[in-house]
Design a protein around this ligand. Structure first.
Ligand code: PBG
Length: 330
C-alpha cells in the first residue's frame, strides 16, 4: 500500500472551511438580472400558469415589486411589455410608443429607484398582431424593413431612461441599425446587450404565455438559430461585436453551456446567459412535486452557468437566489 503513488484530492474537500477556501466559482447578487413583465391595465397581478412565482404586473403594481427587488439586493432588471391584443398591429408600433409599457415602466423605475440598472428588451413580437419579431409579408419575415422599427424602439426606450438596450429579434444587422439610431439621437453612451446567440428553442414556451407573444403562424426558425449549430454561434457573435455590441447574450442557457464557454473564450465582452422560461418551469414543476431540492438544484445550475463562462445571468430565479445568498451570509 505504502509504495503506490497517488494524489490525495480529498485533502482540499475535508471541511466546509477548506472547501470554501478553494472554491473557484461564486454566484453573487450582482450577477443576477431579473425579468419583469409589465402588462397594460390597472390593478393586474396575474401569476403565469406555467411560471409559478412570476407575474404579469400592471404599472400600479410595479412599486411593490421593485421594493422587493431592491431590498433583496438585486441590481438590474430587464423589462418586457404585454400590451392589450387590440393595441397590436402588423408593424408592432406599440413597441416604440412614447408612452409604451416598457417606456413608462422605465420612467417609473428610473425615477423611484434610480440606482437600479434598467435593461429594455427591444423586440416587436409582443406588439405585432402576427406575433413575429419583425415585419411580415405573406409568410416571410422581412429583415431590412424590421431594422428601422427596432431602431425606433431602442431610441424611444433610451429616451425613457433605459440604461441598456437589449435587442432580441435576431434580424441581421440589428445591432448596427440600433447603434446608428442611438448615436444619431444622441445616445452614444447607451450600451447594447445583444441577444447575439439566440437559438430557436422549445424552452421559450412558457415565456410566450407570459408575454402573450407566440407567433400566429409558422415558427421562428428563419431568424433564430438551429440548436444543432456551434460554428454559427461564432458567426453571429462576430457580427454583433463588429456592429458595436457591448454585451453578448447566449440563450437559452442550460442546454448551451458549451456555447457559453466558446463565446467566453473567443470574445472579450461581458457574457450574459439567459436562463429561460422553460428552464425555470421544469425546476418549479419538479420542486412542486417534491422530486428535487429546489434551492440546491437552482444554485447548482446557476453556479454551473458562471463556471461555463457567464458573467451575468438573466433568471426568473433572481429573487429566490438573492434571498438564499442573503440567508447564507447571515
Ligand atoms: C422575444 C423574446 C423571447 C424570449 C425573450 N425575448 C421569446 C422568443 O424569442 O420566442 C424568451 C425568454 C424566455 O423564454 O424566458 N423575442
Amino acid at each position: 500500500m505504502k509504495n503506490i503513488p497517488f494524489n490525495r484530492h480529498r485533502r482540499l474537500r475535508a471541511s466546509a472551511g477548506m472547501r470554501a477556501l478553494v472554491r473557484e466559482t461564486q454566484l453573487h447578487k450582482e450577477d443576477l438580472i431579473y425579468p419583469i413583465f409589465v402588462i397594460d391595465g390597472k390593478n393586474v397581478k396575474n401569476e403565469i400558469n406555467s411560471m409559478p412565482g412570476i407575474y404579469q404586473l400592471s404599472m400600479d403594481n410595479l412599486g411593490a415589486e421593485m421594493d422587493e427587488v431592491v431590498s433583496l439586493g438585486i441590481k438590474s432588471v430587464i423589462l418586457f411589455g404585454v400590451p392589450f391584443d387590440h393595441d397590436k398591429d402588423e408593424q408592432g408600433t406599440g413597441a416604440f410608443h412614447h408612452n409604451g409599457l416598457v417606456q413608462e415602466a422605465t420612467r417609473f423605475i428610473k425615477k423611484q429607484y434610480s440606482e437600479v440598472i434598467v435593461i429594455a428588451d427591444t423586440c416587436l413580437c409582443e406588439y405585432t398582431s402576427h406575433g413575429h419579431c419583425g415585419v411580415v409579408e405573406g409568410e416571410k419575415i422581412l429583415n431590412d424593413a424590421s431594422l428601422d422599427l427596432l431602431a425606433k424602439t431602442a431610441i424611444s426606450q433610451a429616451e425613457a431612461g433605459a440604461d441598456i438596450i437589449a435587442p432580441s429579434n435576431m434580424m441581421d444587422g440589428f445591432v448596427a441599425a440600433i447603434r446608428a439610431g442611438l448615436d444619431e439621437a444622441g445616445y452614444e453612451d447607451i450600451p447594447i446587450m445583444s441577444y447575439a446567440v439566440k437559438y430557436a428553442s422549445a424552452f421559450y414556451g412558457p415565456f410566450r404565455d407570459a408575454a402573450n407573444g407566440a407567433p400566429q403562424f409558422g415558427d421562428r426558425k428563419t431568424y433564430q438559430m438551429d440548436p444543432a449549430n456551434r460554428l454559427e454561434a461564432f458567426r453571429e457573435a462576430e457580427s454583433d461585436v463588429a456592429e458595436g455590441a457591448d454585451f453578448l447574450i447566449v440563450k437559452p442557457a442550460l442546454s448551451y453551456m458549451d456555447i457559453i464557454r466558446d463565446v467566453k473564450n473567443n470574445f472579450n465582452l461581458p457574457i450574459v446567459s439567459y436562463n429561460v422560461s422553460g428552464e425555470y418551469s421544469m425546476v418549479k414543476a419538479a420542486a412542486h412535486n417534491g422530486w428535487i431540492d429546489e434551492k440546491a438544484i437552482v444554485m447548482e445550475m446557476l453556479t454551473g452557468l458562471k463556471r461555463a463562462g457567464s458573467d451575468l445571468i438573466i433568471t426568473y430565479f433572481s429573487k429566490e437566489v438573492a434571498r438564499w445568498i442573503n440567508e447564507d451570509n447571515q
